[in-house]
Ligand binder design. Sequence first.
Ligand SMILES: [Zn+2]
Length: 111
Amino acid sequence: MKIPVYVCPRCGWTTVIRWEHCMECRTEMLKRQSSPLGEILSFTTLNFPPEGFETPLSFVLVRLKRGMIVTRAESDSWLKIGGKVELIRKGNLFFAVPSSGWPRFFKKIFG
Ligand SMILES: [Zn+2]
């Protein structure tokens, strides 16, 4: 599975949020895809989430090969900064789960 990302062909600004034009230079964005593998830059856990959400409710900031994404984590027991994750899709949402199968490219960058 690939993650849709939007890349500015002029300045390289990248986002997972769909923007028609670059926030930096107003150039029209191109839709590209990123690997679902990434690294945890930060995370937080809500022990008192809004009604209707499971407890605890964890969010992670993940750096992908292209861009960054804030997404939910499957659980919080394994979360650590620098941890390797894989994004999986459940309905319209992405969830971060621990990853073990990292290709050589990522081991070189993050390993
Ligand atoms: Zn740009």
